[in-house]
Design a protein around this ligand. Sequence first.
Ligand code: ACO
Length: 364
Amino acid sequence: MVQVSAGLEGVIAAATVLSDVDGQAGRLTIRGWAVEELAGRARFEDAVHLLLDGFFDDLPADLAPALGQARVRAFAEVAALDGALAAREPYDAMRALLARLPDGDSLRDALTLIAAPAVFTAAALRRRQGQEAIAPDPALSHAADFLRMIRGTTSTEGEARALDAYLVTVCDHGLNASTFAARVAASTRAGLASAVLAGLSTLKGPLHGGAPGPVIDTLDAIGAADNAVPWLEAALDAGERLMGFGHRIYRVRDPRADALKAALSRLSKSAGALPGRLALAEAVERAALDILRRRKPDRPLETNVEFYTALLLEALGLPPQAFTCVFAAGRTAGWIAHAREQQASGKLIRPQSVYVGPRPRAAA
Ligand code: ACO
């Protein structure tokens, strides 16, 4: 009897120097850095450099100017954001624009792809509201420029740091579903844009990168701490999953949740905002964890990255339709590094299936 590993659970499909997810200890290491450390001190540009180091010969020591120029290159495609595309969900509009980028393998191609989700997301959000897209300012940091292109005003240093912390926290995470998809595409020797598009399409679903929008829906529907227990119990009775909880690998708390909670607390101190929302979220989190422990005693279900993603991005004034786009803006760096690593291995990814369909028909 052939054993099928549903969802490839437990299957090791790549060796990587990029990141390590220790699900028992609740640790994420990104190229030798604990995620909490990296998120507290690195700009997104530094994390991109860390990930791409060794995968391109011509990587400059400071990536900020090159990433700024890459935003300008990506912005040239915003002209294709017509009314029909602007009416789609921002994620779909961003993905359609990204498909227009060259499918090459150079550092220039890689940086354009890493810069593009921020540029296209900002343009799609503005056009949806009937506003003009704002051109990038290559002199700004990626995070500060991302916020400026969305809002049209300069962000505070605290806000840019909070977005940096988010983008760094999610820049890579082992062989998650979207990274695996990117590696599969790269293994066929398709270009980097194809790998990113495979990753983008896989990130979209609510079991992966699409969860933080529904976290906000949950908080809005619960409304007040006293409603948390009955609301959550009713959702589970109806067979729903609680968004922002559970993970394939982590059996303890997702360390990224704490990295983002720390960023959120720094932001709320500098902006003087959010205590009410945070108090509600903490009450919902406590109630959800209690209920999940009671109802699923055999399956440790803890808070995952998406719960605090939702709170942090909301505190930055971003609308829920933008959350998965912003996730992609961070994770694209990881997809590109993994695609390069897969290309270097030279091996096509091609698993097997076991046939359980009807036997061949006998010849008449
Ligand atoms: N709420 C309620 N029950 C859950 C949840 C949840 N959030 N997560 C898992 N379970 C239950 C399942 O119903 C199942 O129970 P059963 O055995 O009684 O049927 C059991 O736990 C195992 O679930 P699986 O789907 O087999 O576990 P898997 O490892 O495939 O799931 C996943 C991981 C998809 C993330 C899951 O926990 C989930 O759906 N979470 C909610 C969505 C979410 O937050 N996604 C973001 C994940 S982080 C990221 O991708 C960046």
